[in-house]
Design a protein around this ligand. Structure first.
Ligand code: NAI
Length: 482
């Protein structure tokens, strides 16, 4: 029986390994992590991450050929294939701070693999890493072993949170990079290919050299984020000219060379990957003497930041240039619907912007726990993935201005304005007349996800700002200072 061990039981390690176990009953899969609460949750009825379809897959395999454990070394020692799916955040200090990937977790995992291994293994990079990380990993492994052979493969993950299980069941492609120039490298690639071939058609398994696989992941995320920043840049122009961004993006998307996905204007992209991977790409370009290329990609992040500050500026300026002491209802906090993940969610920057103008926030999100929101609003940028001891927490200050509630109606009651920051389906079908009746007037709606029917809400009496839509007459007189 082939034995797989995955180091890192997070948003990627958990779902990917659950699907491998589900699709390959003849393979034994152990998912290991240093975090005791995370593993305890994976072994409980309340999994540590919310992902549609995940519960069923885990329930079918757990205890049969899928195991979650904190006994990292024990499982690594006996594995044939070791996936490494640990976090690779942006460095917060030292050389490349704010841009380069922090490979501390990766390096310690690699050293541990070298220390505990007694048999040859294939080590698979599942985490998103800078180009040529595999070379560093190879060095760590070969300099620390007693004649044991390791083959390093790059197998970046393309799943999207919120649709992870369907993405894993039916991937557009699986990418495997390896040392194609050697027999051992080719054999390792084939071994991993055989695992995926249990359910992925052969023509969707792409094999490349290591560096192409590593760079393809960074490039794919940069291209996806670029589409969002492109349509968001158009949304600003739509507001200035009276065009409607939904109509523009629909017309653009009908060109088969462009296509329709990732063209929805919004308050900005979030998630753990886009920003960090682009910053990483920018850093690699700079290190390789390519400042023009670095600046090109940097602009994708700048437009994303601009979009968030534009949203806050519209809100404050239209409410007579101050939100001090005003109650603002925040609907949605996760970075997109169908996930409880808040890493780099635009809601953090929007809420911070409002808090800096002394607003009182009442937040509702169907999946994000209160403690997570308070923590997110209390820590400096990029620090969400750092060990707790390095986090400077201002929780008490935040708690004075932020209340978390359990429903949209409760959040909106007595609020001067509502901000929709995540496109949860339930926000499309709220009784907005009832909400309007419960708010002081003028009642404002700031829709950061183009969720509401603007005409209908204006008819009810709301002053509505919806990203990239023709402006409410009220807002025309109060231009946002971006
Ligand atoms: P995560 O933070 O949810 O999970 C990482 C896990 O690794 C944590 O539970 C942590 O405790 C554990 N860990 C860290 N060091 C360890 C060690 N030495 N030994 C054992 N466990 C250790 O991160 P996530 O979101 O799963 O991302 C993992 C990687 O996958 C990152 O490189 C990310 O860029 C990439 N990725 C993430 C996607 C996403 O949608 N979240 C999609 C595709 C790739």
């Amino acid at each position: 029986m082939v034995k797989i061990c995955c180091i890192g039981a997070g948003y990627v390690g958990g779902p990917t390994m659950a699907v491998i176990a589900y699709k390959c009953p003849s393979v034994e899969v152990a998912v290991v992590d240093i975090s005791v609460p995370r593993i305890t949750a994976w072994n409980s009825d309340k999994l540590p991450i919310y992902e549609p379809g995940l519960d069923e897959v885990v329930k079918k395999c757990r205890g049969k050929n899928l195991f979650f454990s904190n006994e990292i070394e024990k499982h690594v020692a006996v594995a044939d294939i070791v996936f490494v799916s640990v976090n690779t955040p942006t460095k917060t200090s030292g050389l490349g701070a704010g841009k380069a990937a922090d490979l501390t977790y990766w390096e310690s995992a690699a050293r541990m693999i070298a220390d505990v291994s007694k048999s040859s293994k294939i080590v698979v990079e599942k985490s998103t890493v800078p180009v040529r990380t595999a070379e560093a990993i190879e060095k760590i492994l070969t300099h620390n072993t007693k004649g044991i052979k390791f083959q390093v493969l790059s197998n970046p993950e393309f799943l999207a949170e919120g649709t992870a299980i369907t993405d894993l069941f039916n991937p557009d492609r699986v990418l495997i990079g390896g040392r194609e120039e050697t027999m051992a490298g080719l054999k390792a690639i084939q071994t991993l290919k055989d695992i995926y071939a249990h359910w992925v058609p052969q023509d969707r398994i792409i094999c490349t050299n290591l560096w192409s696989a590593e760079l393809s992941k960074l490039a794919a995320n940069a291209f996806l984020a670029q589409r969002i920043s492109s349509v968001n840049s158009m949304s600003a122009l739509c507001e200035a000219t009276g065009a409607d961004v939904t109509q523009v993006s629909y017309a653009v998307s009908k060109d088969s060379r462009i296509g329709s996905k990732f063209l929805n204007a919004s308050v900005g992209f979030g998630g753990s990957c886009f920003q960090k991977d682009i910053l990483n790409l920018v850093y690699i370009c700079e290190c390789n003497g390519l400042p023009e290329v670095a600046n090109y990609w940097k602009q994708v992040i700048k437009i994303n930041d601009y979009q968030k500050s534009r949203f806050v500026n519209w809100l404050v300026s239209s409410m007579f240039n101050t939100v001090s002491g005003k109650k603002i209802a925040i609907l949605g906090f996760s970075f997109k619907k169908d996930t409880g993940d808040t890493r780099e969610t635009p809601a953090i920057d929007v809420c911070r912007g409002l808090l800096s103008d002394k607003a009182q926030l009442v937040i509702y999100d169907p999946q994000v726990p209160e403690a997570q929101m308070i923590k997110d609003l209390s820590i400096p940028k990029f620090h969400w993935d750092q060990p707790a001891s390095t986090i400077h927490i201002y929780e008490d200050v935040v708690k004075q201005s932020v209340k978390v509630v359990h429903g949209a109606y409760e959040a909106a009651k007595d609020a001067h304005a509502i901000c929709i920051l995540t496109e949860w389906d339930e926000f499309r079908s709220l009784d907005y007349q009832k909400i309007y009746n419960s708010m002081p007037k003028p009642a404002y709606m700031f829709d950061g996800r183009n969720v509401v029917d603007v005409a209908k809400l204006r008819e009810i009496g709301f002053i509505v700002y919806s990203i990239g839509k023709p402006l409410d007459p009220w807002l025309k007189d109060m231009p946002a200072i971006a």
